[in-house]
Design a protein. Structure first.
Length: 249
């Protein structure tokens, strides 16, 4: 039998996470010691491994719990997970090839063909699947209609997603590097980001962007999404947007 601490050390999962899995009924300890400590056996370790395989696929915990309550033997379950992870691997391999092609074009001073630029990125089915959680949240919290991606919109959305991801990564790196929120470097990042938004039909002024970042601070869904990327990122982004608004009315 293993204690929570021992399971945490061998699986690289925090004790807090294991406690959460217990709380939601996803991973229950085999028994408790006389002192009241949670104890886990081989079956619990196997179940934890299965949970972690699904987490690598970014599947929500409630969905994992439901799937695991209806699976049969461990062998067939692992075989199914292998297929899913291999599919993810194939897609990532394709994206890596697109990335390498992009690097080669830059080195050779060439312009990459638009059709090759987004090979491997999500199609409309994958985008709509990815938006399920957000759509449910927006409908429940604000009564908003669901967002759906049409086939002809995929390339445009992929471009926006890449730019948005790049912008947020640069903002997170700037925060870690200690760059002040009102630094000109940050202003340049925001300026380029807004230009990209407007280019793709999202009319966004400095004032609009500042209001949006303030909204993120008061909305748990978006706040947690930003803070999970980098602690303090939501507040850093809001401060930077407010500073940018004062100099770019």
């Amino acid at each position: 039998m293993y204690t929570v601490k021992e399971v945490s050390e061998m699986s690289k999962i925090t004790i807090k996470t294991l406690h959460h899995y217990h709380k939601i009924g996803l991973l229950l300890p085999s028994k408790r010691s006389e002192a009241g400590y949670r104890l886990y056996g081989t079956k619990e370790l196997e179940r934890l491994q299965e949970i972690l395989f699904y987490r690598e696929l970014d599947i929500p915990l409630d969905q994992i719990k439901d799937m695991m309550e209806h699976h049969s033997d461990r062998l067939s379950f692992l075989a199914q997970q292998e297929k899913l992870i291999l599919h993810r691997k194939d897609r990532l391999d394709t994206i890596v090839q697109t990335l390498r092609k992009s690097i080669e074009c830059i080195k050779d001073g060439e312009t990459m063909d638009n059709k090759e630029m987004f090979i491997g990125f999500a199609n409309e089915e994958e985008w709509n699947k990815a938006l399920i959680e957000q759509n449910e949240y927006l409908k429940t919290s604000y009564g908003m209609d669901s967002l759906e991606v049409a086939p002809e919109e995929v390339q445009n959305i992929n471009e926006q997603a890449v730019e948005a991801m790049t912008f947020m990564n640069k903002m997170a790196n700037s925060l870690r590097d200690g760059i002040k929120h009102n630094d000109e470097e940050i202003a340049s990042l925001i300026r380029y980001h807004l230009a990209s938004l407007n280019k793709h039909g999202h009319n966004t002024s400095a004032k609009d962007f500042a209001a949006q970042t303030r909204f993120f601070l008061n909305d748990d869904f978006h706040l947690n999404m930003l803070e999970s990327q980098q602690t303090g990122l939501a507040y850093y982004l809001a401060a930077a947007a407010a500073s940018f608004e004062t100099t770019n009315p």
